[in-house]
Design a protein around this ligand. Structure first.
Ligand code: R5P
Length: 294
């Protein structure tokens, strides 16, 4: 019996292929057909009994559809193996991990139950929103960090007195870790989001005024781009140099990309947790190493 089979879901085929090469595994591509009524028909041919099956499928937009694909692939894999690794580099719904306003449903806990019910036995995610969501998944899980890889990428760019900035206090330590690699300062802005309207404000914060030129905005994800736009507006008033954005997940919902271009972002660098033109940092090495060591 083969040790590993890797199934590449429709959102993550390239990444899955890379992981499969590193694991010397058999690679299976999921075939997708969408019916006129919107239902998906997902097929995996030649799936055979394997010790461990790895299903790679990020759940970026359309989130609900891509989740159904993940559940279906995991379900099919479980029929052929007692060990099914759900590799979901970008986990949608992760921000819905609390009842922030009365009556809100903690949807990530529903997703966690469905993933287990479908047949996943282990879970690998990358920079999941807070990390606390993993408590909902009642299975062994790993939350990998892409920050060292993003920092490695920026080490190769010629920067002028960079300052690493987390747009919110949440990633303060990640910004510090990133900046340490580049041997430069870091700060975290005090971003507040109105839970009802979604409006973002940045409260004034202290930082090394004269000591920086280029800005590297580091965040777990860019969704609507609203957080980055606010942070850029804040720094534009301070006459900064070039503006770079580094993120793990380039979700880029709606016209996010246009907003970032219009505000003057010079370069966006993300991982291939979501495949696209900005996915310049490859996660396959850390994911395959995690699988091998586990
Ligand atoms: C928020 O806590 C996250 O770390 C991101 O800053 C946020 O999800 C980005 O969303 P948007 O691009 O819509 O502002």
């Amino acid at each position: 019996m083969e040790k590993y089979t890797v199934i590449g879901g429709p959102t993550s085929e390239n990444l899955a292929q890379k992981i499969s090469k590193k694991l010397h595994a058999k690679f299976l591509k999921a075939e997708l057909k969408i019916f006129p009524d919107g239902e998906s028909k997902i097929t995996v041919n030649r799936i055979s009994k394997t010790k461990k099956i790895i299903v790679v499928q990020s759940t970026n937009p359309p989130v609900d559809t891509n989740l159904v694909h993940a559940f279906s692939l995991i379900y099919q894999a479980r029929r052929m193996s007692s060990e099914v690794f759900a590799v979901i580099p970008y986990m949608g719904y992760a921000k819905q991990d609390k009842e922030f306003l009365k009556g809100e449903i903690i949807t990530i806990s529903v997703i966690a139950k469905l993933l287990k019910a479908a047949g996943a036995t282990r879970l690998i995610v990358v920079d999941i929103h807070s990390g606390k969501e993993l408590d909902f998944f009642k299975m062994p899980s790993k939350n990998l960090s892409a920050v060292p890889l993003l920092a490695n990428y920026f080490e190769k760019i010629k920067l002028n007195r960079p300052l690493v900035v987390s747009p919110d206090l949440f990633w303060k330590n990640k910004a510090k870790e990133f900046a340490k690699k580049l041997n430069c300062p870091s700060i975290a802005l005090n971003k507040q989001r109105n839970r009802k309207t979604g409006k973002i404000v940045i409260k004034p914060s202290k930082f090394p005024e004269s000591n920086f030129q280029d800005i590297i905005l580091l965040d777990d994800m860019i969704s609507t781009g609203g957080s980055i736009v606010k942070a850029v507006e804040f720094f534009k008033k301070k006459n900064c140099g070039k503006i770079y954005v580094a993120c793990t997940h380039a979700v880029l919902a709606g016209d996010a990309e246009k907003k970032l271009r219009n505000i003057g972002v010079n370069k966006i660098v993300s991982t291939n947790s979501i495949s696209g033109k900005y996915s310049l940092v490859d996660l396959s090495e850390i994911i395959s190493q995690t699988i091998q060591k586990w």
